[in-house]
Structures are given as C-alpha cells and as structure tokens.
Ligand binder design. Structure first.
Ligand code: ZN
Length: 456
C-alpha cells in the first residue's frame, strides 16, 4: 500500500508550498508533511494537491429523486411541493436500497473532491413507522456505504417529533422520521462501536419545527460534549414567519436565546437572518451550513455572505438534496448568487485573501472540519490523509502557477479537474474513476428500478 506522496505544489495550512512529501500511517492519519523535500523515484508523484473538501450536509436517500421534481404545477411551486414528492420516495426505501443509493452518492462525491460527508439522517423507522429490530439499522446501512466507498462520515441521527411549531402531531407521511430524545441518544450509543478515524457520530434536532426548544436542550446535554450538533434553520421565509407567530422571535434569535451556540453547532441554511442575527451567529463560532445548489433549486433565498464574512463568521458547504455532487458547483453558486444580488464581482474574500477561489476553498474547509467534528480539512500531521490530486494535464491547469489553481478549479469550465483521491489513507479514485464504480452503479440502478416500481 502506498503510504507517501510527493507533490510539486500542495495547499498546506500556511498556503501553497513546493516539493511537499506527505506520509501517512496504516490508520489513515498524516504523519509527516514536509515542504522542500527531494523527489524520489520510489514515491508516487503529483503536481497540484489540495486537501479534500467537507460536505457538511447530506440526506443521502434524496440522491434518488434528483431531477424528478422539475415540472411546474398549477400554482407557484415551492419547497413545500418538492417535499411532497420527497416524502413519497422516503416512504418506500428499504435498508438495502438506502445502502445502494448512499454508496452511489458517496462514490460520486469522492470523484468530485469531497472526502467527508455529514449525513443528517432522519429516515430511521421501518416503512410502517415501527422501529427496526436494530433501531440504528438505516444509519448502519449509510455507514456501510461509507466504508465500502472509503468516504469519511459524520452520522447525525435526527430528532424529529413534530410536524410544525406548537408541537403539531406528525403527519402519516412523516411516520418513518419519528424519534424522541431518548431514541436518538439510543441510536447514537448503538453507533458508538463504529466510531474510528473515518467515522464520527453526532446528532441533529431536525428543526425548530420538528423539535421543541426543551427537546433540543435535552439532546445537546445528553450527547457527549465533543460531538457535533446540526440543525436546519431559517431556510424559508415562511418558517421565519411561523416562528415569529409562535414565539415572537426569529428562528436564529430564538435558538440563541435558549442554547449556548458554539463551534460544536452547525446551523444548516440559516438563509434568512437579520443584521443582529448575522453578527451574533458569526460571534458564536457556530458554522453556517450553506447548500447553494439545493437552496437555489428549492427557491429558498440567499444567505447574507458578505456581512457574515466581515463579522468573522465561519461557514461550510453541503450538497443537501444532491442535485449536485460537486464542491466546485456549490462554491461557484455561493459566489455567483452574491454577485447577482449585489451586482458586484469578487464578493467572498478578506483583505488577507483576495483570491476568491482560494478564500472559498479554505474557508469552506475550515467550517466543514468543525461541522464534521473530525480531524480533517488541513494537510498537516495528525489530520486524516484526505487529499485530491488535480489533473495537471487538463488545458485549464496546464502550466498555471499555484496562485491561479483554485481560481481555475472553482470558476472555469465544467470538466471535473479531480484526477485521484486519497481518503483516510486509501486511494479511492484513480484517473477520475472510483475504484469500485461499476459494482456500486449496478446496485444503484437495481435499487432505483425497484423503487420506481413501487412509487410510480
Ligand atoms: Zn437538509
């Protein structure tokens, strides 16, 4: 097994460095990252090397409905009409099928440069709403897909008790999602033996709609203190209005009134913030989990990125509903949404980092690593050996200097410039193909055929 790589140019914590020797151990941890090393014919060589990206928000099963909800209805379509179709699919997926769908998704994500996924996992009960004999069955299947593909995972079993603000009872279509605090903590415990360098377990109250503030506090205090907590928040204006109607506070404001937000928290979407919430969220150290392609697909709105960066806020990216499996597309949309909104160029940057591609890649890694609660996001000793070798023979990268690499990767063209991927010390993508791509795709196609037969 190869346990070293020599990179002509590698993006290290302090910036681009030349002639970098990277070594890792049998556990998949980097043991040495040494710039200015001498090339050796015994060590595999690469030209441009980046740390692998963190995908901080995923619902793996939704990969199966990508592209199926793009038909206009009679009235204006919205998040809520999309959710109806998602529920119909979710009602039928079996453990075997979620494993096949997640494996396909993770292989695609790895090919495009994600080496970590945070799985916000709410499909936990059997098709009839009863508990599986093993209550963590569905989460274990997602973990199996992670192990089979080599993807690093943070599993987030979801607390989902209500259909809306004011403790509304769940609808029949939500029966598979139903959990209380004790059940979620039980699943977290059941998943404990799976924890290793490639897999962490946190938890996620689904939203302020689906969990009360008392439940959220109980879950946060019942979870071991070093584990990540994620929550959907302020995704649609309708949700902000419902929160105002019920508790007289905006969602982020209300959460911060009752929960000590810090770096262990990831607030997914956080789209609709007022100025005070933007500044307070930035100050808290919690990560804003931005999912630009899904937020665009669902017509959610745009996050106040410029003031959040100005206030020193921390953010990362997620592919959420998986209309895209590419970090390039998330980062490009994140920036382009802001350009269209403000009629201005090069929005995402700081005075210290004016290269927008570099700023976006590194900021999303920093936030993503916090959200994942795993030792990822930087190429340095002690972190996971998660890295991308770019295709230096592609015309977009041929002969470019290192300061131009991420500008080209993020903003130029549609070819996937990720050639090889090392994840947790395993080469899982070689020459643009996942090492088990055919078998994974075969099982996925079969799962989809079976699902279509029962949902159409
Ligand atoms: Zn989500």
């Amino acid at each position: 097994m190869t346990t070293a790589l020599f990179a002509r140019h590698a993006l290290l914590p302090g910036g681009w460095q030349r002639d970098v020797l990277l070594e890792w151990d049998a556990h998949g941890d980097l043991t040495r990252v040494a710039p200015g090393a001498a090339a050796s014919s015994e060590v595999r060589q690469a030209h441009y090397v980046l740390p692998g990206m963190v995908n901080l928000h995923s619902h793996a099963f939704q990969r199966a409905i990508g592209g199926l909800t793009e038909i206009a209805g009679d009235g204006p379509d919205s998040f809520w009409t999309w959710r109806d179709l998602m529920y119909r699919f979710a009602a039928r997926i079996t453990p075997e099928q979620i494993e096949a769908i997640a494996a396909q998704l993770f292989a695609e994500c790895l090919r495009h440069g994600y080496t970590s996924v945070c799985e916000f996992h709410y499909l936990q009960r059997d098709v009839d709403g009863g508990s599986y004999a093993r209550p963590a069955e569905m989460a274990e299947r997602v973990a199996a897909a992670g192990a089979a593909t080599g993807m690093g995972l943070t599993l987030l079993p979801v607390l989902y008790s209500h259909a809306g603000f004011g403790e509304q009872p769940l609808k029949p279509a939500q029966a598979r999602f139903r959990t209380n605090v004790d059940e979620v903590l039980g699943i977290v415990e059941a998943l404990g033996p799976l924890r290793n360098g490639q897999l962490e377990v946190g938890a996620a109250p689904h939203s302020l709609r689906a969990a009360t503030i008392d439940q959220i506090r109980a879950l946060a205090s019942g979870l071991p203190p070093d584990r990540p907590l994620h929550i959907h928040i302020a995704e649609q204006q309708g949700e902000v209005q419902q929160c105002l109607d019920h508790v007289g506070r905006r969602p982020v404001e209300y959460l911060m009134d009752h929960v000590a937000l810090d770096a262990r928290w990831c607030l997914v979407h956080a789209t609709h913030l007022d100025e005070a919430e933007t500044a307070a969220l930035a100050r808290s150290g919690a990560v804003a989990g931005l999912c630009p392609t899904t937020e665009a697909n669902l017509g959610d709105g745009l996050f106040p990125l410029a003031p959040f960066i100005e206030a020193g806020g921390r953010f990362g990216i997620g592919s959420d509903s998986h209309v895209s499996q590419s970090p390039v597309e998330e980062l490009r949309w994140l920036e382009y949404g802001q350009r269209l909104l403000h009629q201005q160029r090069n929005v995402a940057h700081t005075r210290a980092q004016r290269h927008v591609g570099d700023y976006l890649w590194r900021a999303a890694l920093e936030g993503g690593a916090h959200a994942a609660g795993r030792r990822v996001g930087l190429l340095e000793a002690g972190r996971r050996a998660d890295l991308l070798v770019l295709d230096d023979a592609h015309p977009n990268l041929d002969g470019v200097n290192e300061a131009e690499v991420l500008g080209r990767v993020v903003f130029c063209g549609n070819d996937n410039l990720v050639r090889d991927v090392l994840c947790g010390g395993r080469w899982v993508v070689e020459d643009g193909r996942h090492v088990a791509q055919e078998e994974i795709a075969r099982r996925y196609r079969q799962a989809l055929r079976d699902l279509r037969a029962v949902t159409s």
